[in-house]
Design a protein. Structure first.
Lengths: 111, 114
C-alpha cells in the first residue's frame, strides 16, 4: 500500500500561488495520484487526478515528475475560501476500498 | 451538492441509545462506503459495499452495524456506543470498485456520544 507524506500545514496570502508537495516513494506502476479538499465538518471533495507529467483543470494543476515518487498540487491565486485540508492519495493496485487518507495538509490563507 | 445525502447532520445520543445514520446517493454508483473521522485524525475506512454486498470490514466493533438494502442507500446502525465513538461519520460512493475511483462524499453526520 503506497504511503504518502505531506507537510502538516502551510500558510499563504490571498492572491498567491500555493504549491503542496506529496511524497509517495513506493508508488506502484498502475497507481494514480488523487487530491481531495476538505472543509471543516464536511466530506472531502475531489480536486484533481493524474498519472504522469501535468494535469490541469479549472481548479488546480497537478505536476508529476518522471519518476512519479512525488507530486505537487498547485493552486493559482488562492483566496480565503481555499483554507482547507488537502489530502494526497495514491491508488493501490487493488481497488478504491484500499485508498488511505493520511493526515493531509492544513492550508491557511491569510488576508 | 455532491449527489450524496446524509441524515441527520448532527446527532447526540446516550451510550444506551440505538440510532441509525442514513446515506443516499443519486449518482447511480455501485459502491458505497462508511468512513469515521475523529477530531484531528485522518479518515478511517469502516465498511465498503459493492452492489449491496459487504466487501470490506476494517475491524470495526460490533456496536456499529451497516446495512445496504440497495445500491442507492446505506445505513449505519448504532447501539451501546462509547464516548470515544464521537466523530464525524462520512458516507461516500464510487461508480465501481476498480482502482483509481473518485470518491464522492456526503456532508457527514457529526455524532456526539454522551
Amino acid at each position: 500500500l503506497a504511503k504518502t507524506t505531506q507537510p502538516i500545514s502551510m500558510d499563504s496570502y490571498e492572491g498567491q500561488e500555493v504549491n503542496i508537495t506529496c511524497s509517495h516513494n513506493n508508488i506502484a506502476t498502475n497507481d494514480y495520484i488523487t487530491w481531495y479538499q476538505q472543509f471543516p465538518s464536511q466530506g472531502p471533495r475531489f480536486i484533481i487526478q493524474g498519472y504522469k507529467t501535468k494535469v490541469t483543470n479549472e481548479v488546480a494543476s497537478l505536476f508529476i515528475p518522471a519518476d512519479r515518487k512525488s507530486s505537487t498540487l498547485s493552486l493559482p491565486r488562492v483566496s480565503l475560501s481555499d483554507t482547507a485540508v488537502y489530502y494526497c492519495l495514491v491508488g493501490d493496485t487493488g481497488s478504491a476500498r484500499q485508498l488511505t487518507f493520511g493526515s493531509g495538509t492544513q492550508l491557511t490563507v491569510l488576508p | 451538492e455532491t449527489g450524496v445525502t446524509q441524515t441527520p447532520r448532527h446527532l447526540v445520543m446516550g451510550m444506551t441509545n440505538k440510532k441509525s445514520l442514513k446515506c443516499e446517493q443519486h449518482l447511480g454508483h455501485n459502491a458505497m462506503y462508511w468512513y469515521k473521522q475523529s477530531a484531528k485524525k485522518p479518515l478511517e475506512l469502516m465498511f465498503v459495499y459493492s452492489l449491496e454486498e459487504r466487501v470490506e470490514n476494517n475491524s470495526v466493533p460490533s456496536r456499529f452495524s451497516p446495512e445496504c438494502p440497495n445500491s442507492s442507500h446505506l445505513f449505519l446502525h448504532l447501539h451501546t456506543l462509547q464516548p470515544e465513538d464521537s466523530a464525524l461519520y462520512l458516507c461516500a460512493s464510487t461508480p465501481g470498485t476498480g482502482a483509481n475511483e473518485k470518491l464522492f462524499f456526503g456532508s457527514g453526520t457529526q455524532l456526539s456520544v454522551l
